[in-house]
Ligand binder design. Structure first.
Ligand code: IPE
Ligand code: IPE
Ligand code: MG
Length: 236
């Protein structure tokens, strides 16, 4: 992997294009998702090697529940299988697993496996891998507002104290820095309700590559491009 000056501390990825990958090959969509799971492994390993601290993967959106029941069911099964099979590897690679989203929407057995994997990897201090599951950026903001209102009602905070920093502490992402780089595969130029609050100054990178085709060298290319960006945050 070629040397880059600035490595993003936090990379977020909208892993899109599994369905198209399968369609191009005349395969059922779920085959694309299975192949996508392999790209997750590749990318996690790549981020570890690049010394990225946080990797957030958009794995299932709040809106993805609208998909046909069979696809949703297959995705949930795949999530559970992935977690079960990959946890030893996460341990070996010193990866700490975390999750954001309305996790209680997930089927019970997937939730159980998720919490087992999170617990098993809790002491790892290498890459933090955050899975966004049943995640919606607008839901997150609404849940954050409710959490703030509760804190005000309980007298823990005064409403005059509410500012950007405090609100950030009421979001699912309160333990993580904002993403520096957001990658979307398969060419779509939209956020699809991902990390709406957190991406206000994130560098965006869209590649036409479909997610199952996204390899370590594609990740390295995105990181190199990030290294050439000038982040001004509204300054000069
Ligand atoms: C992304 O691939 C994976 C999930 C949303 C779970 P898609 O399933 O959206 O693939 P396309 O966009 O139909 O190609
Ligand atoms: C975004 O992809 C969600 C995930 C990658 C999990 P979608 O395929 O659901 O997004 P849209 O429908 O193209 O906006
Ligand atoms: Mg899609």
């Amino acid at each position: 992997m070629s040397a880059t000056k600035t490595v993003p501390r936090h990379i977020a990825i909208i892993m899109d294009g599994n369905g198209r990958w399968a369609k191009q090959r005349g395969l059922p969509r779920i085959k694309g998702h299975e192949e996508g799971a392999k790209a997750v492994r590749e990318c996690t390993e790549g981020c570890g090697e690049l010394k990225v601290d946080f990797l957030t993967l958009y794995a299932f959106s709040a809106e993805n529940w609208r998909r046909p029941k069979a696809e949703v069911f297959a995705l949930m099964r795949l999530l559970e299988k992935f977690l079960k099979e990959k946890t030893p590897e996460l341990l070996e690679k010193n990866v700490r697993l975390q999750a954001i989203g309305r996790l209680t929407d997930l089927p019970g057995s997937a939730q159980k496996q998720l919490h087992r994997s999170i617990e098993a990897t809790a002491k790892n201090d290498g890459l933090t891998l955050i899975l966004a599951l049943s995640y919606g950026g607008r839901d997150e903001i609404i849940d954050g507002i409710k959490s703030l209102l509760r804190a005000v009602e309980l007298g823990h905070i005064d409403k005059a104290m509410i500012d950007v920093e405090m609100f950030s502490k009421h979001l699912y992402t309160r333990y993580y820095p904002d993403p520096d780089l957001l990658i979307r595969t398969s060419g779509e130029m939209r956020l699809s309700n991902f990390l709406l609050w957190q991406t206000s100054y994130t560098e965006l990178y869209v590649t036409p590559k479909l997610w199952p085709d996204f390899k370590k060298k594609d990740l390295a290319e995105a990181v190199e491009e990030f290294g050439r960006r000038q982040r001004r945050y509204g300054g000069v």
